[in-house]
Design a protein around this ligand. Structure first.
Ligand code: AMP
Length: 138
């Protein structure tokens, strides 16, 4: 896609700190890192989000994501890893090219990913109603 920043990174029209590449997948450091080694893993073919990505491409991205999570942990001394993926502007997606975030975590890094979990415990019948709606469409 011509105006997609990640497609332009893959095409080398925009520079990036590439850390890995294969036939289907490209991985590079995030320019605004949440932590040291924050990496983005993307399919080389343009897909917007989880709703339209091809299943095979998703498997390739996840497989590389797993390998790189281990590599990042071993090479940077991370003690944990957040693996996130935003789909749609309302979910915080800024770049409309599917991507996994690998965010290495370090002891005492002070990063708050989700904030305090203050939601109330759901009622059983409400959960059952929602589960039934979803089951009917799977
Ligand atoms: P999201 O909010 O999930 O769409 O995340 C998009 C991510 O892409 C953000 O973390 C940005 O910092 C990152 N990003 C945007 N442009 C570039 C770029 N040219 N090189 C590296 N990372 C980028």
């Amino acid at each position: 896609m011509e105006d997609c920043v990640f497609c332009r990174i893959i095409a080398r029209e925009i520079p990036s700190k590439k850390i890995y590449e294969n036939e289907h997948v490209f991985a590079f450091l995030d320019i605004l890192p949440t932590s040291k080694g924050h990496t983005l893993v993307i399919p080389k073919k343009h897909y917007q989000d989880i709703f339209d990505i091809d299943e095979g491409a998703l498997k390739e991205v996840m497989s590389v994501g797993k390998k790189l999570a281990i590599v990042l942990r071993n090479s940077l001394g991370a003690v944990a890893m957040n693996v996130t993926n935003n789909n749609g502007a309302h979910a915080g997606q800024i770049v409309s090219h599917f991507h996994l975030h690998l965010i290495p975590r370090y002891s005492d890094d002070g990063i708050v990913m989700y904030g305090p979990r203050t939601h109330e415990k759901a009622q059983d019948h409400e959960l059952e109603e929602i589960a039934e709606k979803i089951r009917n469409n799977t």
